[in-house]
Design a protein around this ligand. Structure first.
Ligand code: COI
Length: 357
């Protein structure tokens, strides 16, 4: 069982000897898995105390076919990024927020979760072990994927008797194939992502499998992704498959309030604070789909997508375009630049959001 096997070689000396930057085509990174050297793994029984984790070579894990995650979807994931500064050091962005969100999600999914300290420490260890895979400044980032799963065997529906926490990483570039160019969304009026009382507000794996069908249909029609409406009134904006949504009108930036069906994005929360600090008025509320018709700009936020400008939205056959399909709206551009300068250590971090490794 590689999950509990100690690496034979001294990892510390491996890290020291690893060449500074991996041999990769850094100019053409997309958002696909690039396998790196190591992953972090720890397990616990249902008592909830994760043992001290260890770094093992990246690779497949053994899972009981009857495990809770494979049979009943008892699993959660997180996403955060590490950036390389021009001086070679590495910055994490708000890792304790991911740790906290995982703990909240784990409670909803009846799972034990690592403490905030253990989570952040594990993220640091994993990034340092895979340091050579952090892209050079300006070429992308290292996407960090913590996974928590019910790995113990169950047959009747019940929480698993054992849990596994893993962190793996991959260097990434832009999430959408459009790169930094505006994306084209279609408002989905048949499928819904979440329902009140469900799990739309936690990062459980099932939320993502359930949007694949709508996303596939949208992509076949040439759209970049799907924008979901609420399942009750079928009228209020929720989120895109993999990111939150913001609507700009004059000096007011509106985004759907997180009231149970929307993922509380860490980039969402950061952009709200950045926008407020730049003098925008930010409203977290019900945002009607009709407001898209009147908007000056629309953009998405997420760890993977960062700040992604929306070029057009199609709703019930009607297409609305923002700032032309080639141009990026000034507000989206301003917020993108402010956030990424902070994340890359190019702007002063007055809020203490970054963690230097
Ligand atoms: C992220 O932005 O980190 C996410 O979890 C979205 C995922 C679908 C890539």
């Amino acid at each position: 069982d590689r999950g509990v096997r100690r690496c034979e070689a001294s990892l510390a000396s491996d890290y020291m000897q690893a060449s500074e930057v991996a041999d990769l085509d850094w100019e053409n990174l997309g958002f696909g898995l690039v396998q790196t050297d190591y992953m972090y793994i720890t397990k616990c029984s249902s008592d909830g105390d994760f043992s001290e984790g260890e770094m093992v070579p990246f690779g497949p894990i053994a899972l009981n076919p009857s495990s809770g995650v494979l049979n009943y979807g008892q699993g959660l994931f997180e996403g955060l990024k590490a950036y390389r500064k021009t001086d070679g050091s590495i910055l994490l962005f708000r890792p304790e927020e991911n740790a906290l969100r995982m703990r909240i999600g784990a409670e909803r999914m009846c799972m034990p979760a690592p403490t905030i300290e253990q989570f952040v420490d594990a993220v640091k260890q994993t990034v340092l072990a895979n340091k050579r895979w952090v892209p050079p400044t300006g070429k992308g980032s290292l996407y960090i994927r913590p996974l928590l799963m019910g790995s113990g065997a169950v047959l009747g529906l019940a929480p698993a008797p054992e849990y596994t926490f893993i962190i793996f990483v991959s260097p990434v570039g832009n999430y959408f194939k459009e790169g930094l160019a505006p994306i084209n969304l279609i408002v989905e009026d048949k499928f819904h992502r979440a329902t009140p009382g469900g799990t739309g507000n936690v990062k459980t794996i099932g939320n993502y499998a359930s949007v694949l069908m709508a996303q596939k249909i949208a992509k076949e029609k040439g759209y970049s992704d799907v924008l979901y409406l609420d399942a009750v009134h079928k009228k209020y904006l929720e989120e895109v498959s993999s990111c939150n949504i913001f609507v700009v009108k004059g000096n007011v930036i509106s985004t759907p309030a997180v009231k149970g069906t929307i993922l509380p994005g860490i980039t969402r929360k950061s952009i709200i604070d950045v926008a407020l600090s730049k003098g925008f008025q930010v409203e977290e509320r019900l945002v009607s789909v009709d407001e898209l018709l009147e908007a000056d700009e629309v953009f998405c936020t997420g760890t993977a997508v960062v700040v992604s400008p929306v070029g057009s939205i199609t709703y019930q056959g009607k297409r609305v375009e923002y700032a032309g399909t080639k141009g990026v709206g000034v507000v989206s551009q301003q917020l993108y630049t402010s956030l990424t300068s902070l994340q890359m250590g190019q702007a002063e971090d007055c809020l203490g959001w970054t963690v230097q490794l």
